[in-house]
Design a protein around this ligand. Sequence first.
Ligand SMILES: Nc1ncnc2c1ncn2[C@@H]1O[C@H](COP(=O)(O)OP(=O)(O)OP(=O)(O)O)[C@@H](O)[C@H]1O
Ligand SMILES: Cc1ncc(C[n+]2csc(CCO)c2C)c(N)n1
Length: 267
Amino acid sequence: MLWRAIRNMEVMVHSSSFLLPKLHQPAKIPANNYNLVVLNQHLPRFMPRLWAQAKLRICADGGANRIFDEMSQMTSDQDNESNRNRYIPEIIEGDMDSIRPEVKIFYSHQGTKISDKSHNQETTDLHKCISSIRDRTPNHEKSDLCVLVTGALGGRFDHEAANINVLYVFSDMRIVLLSDDCLIRLLPKTHQHEIYIESSLEGPHCGLFPIGAPSKSTTTTGLKWNLSDAKMKFGRMISTSNIVDSEKVTVQSDADLLWTISLRNLT
Ligand SMILES: Nc1ncnc2c1ncn2[C@@H]1O[C@H](COP(=O)(O)OP(=O)(O)OP(=O)(O)O)[C@@H](O)[C@H]1O
Ligand SMILES: Cc1ncc(C[n+]2csc(CCO)c2C)c(N)n1
């Protein structure tokens, strides 16, 4: 269990140990309890490791093109054609306006479930993927399940904003947005937060700020520039270009905050 009760408010524990090779993962934190969502952006360097350890792999529409085109080249132990058969997502979900016809046919012949939601033009493909994960996860597994999303940043700003909005829409789920350079999580105000830093993989640069609503009071430990009962909002102070100063960072706030930390040059 990743939740503990301290002074009436539960503690939510966060770790990026999913980025570690399996051999180095701490036994007490089940790093492979995650679903992987692949968006339609270039695959991060560490994709083969994330793919291998995921419980379930879902491509958001054109994300399937990325697996088809790029994954076999990232793992060059066989020729591209036979390598392609080794990376089969369980589900492709979305409005199917970006997946190429030959990619759709290839994966459906391999047994991938194609979930065509083209009738829904109100929510994004990522939103559809997260809804589907929420619906298929049994209640008793929901609080521990983590969803890793690759390709969430570094592209069109409306897509990036929609991807961040998904963190708020599904604030009761543990969703991590990933790019090659950083990760982002939501820290809900309903909990105190303990963030365990994998310093071989992440940091030192980090940021902490509210997007949805201002914070009247945020307190942290473990940062170079800690906040003590501080106010934060866009237009005033937000914490960017901060530095992690400890293996454990703690955060308590009266507002939902985004936590972001840089990723080192992982492969
Ligand atoms: N340039 C980008 N920057 C950030 N995220 C992206 C970008 N392009 C695609 N994505 C993510 O990948 C998902 C699938 O993208 P795809 O290109 O298949 O569909 P889309 O029609 O552009 O997106 P949507 O249907 O969700 O509006 C999107 O929902 C989004 O989350
Ligand atoms: C106010 C409003 N703005 C934009 C869209 C368009 N839109 C948002 S998500 C989506 C699906 C993309 O796969 C589309 C077309 C809308 N419906 N409502």
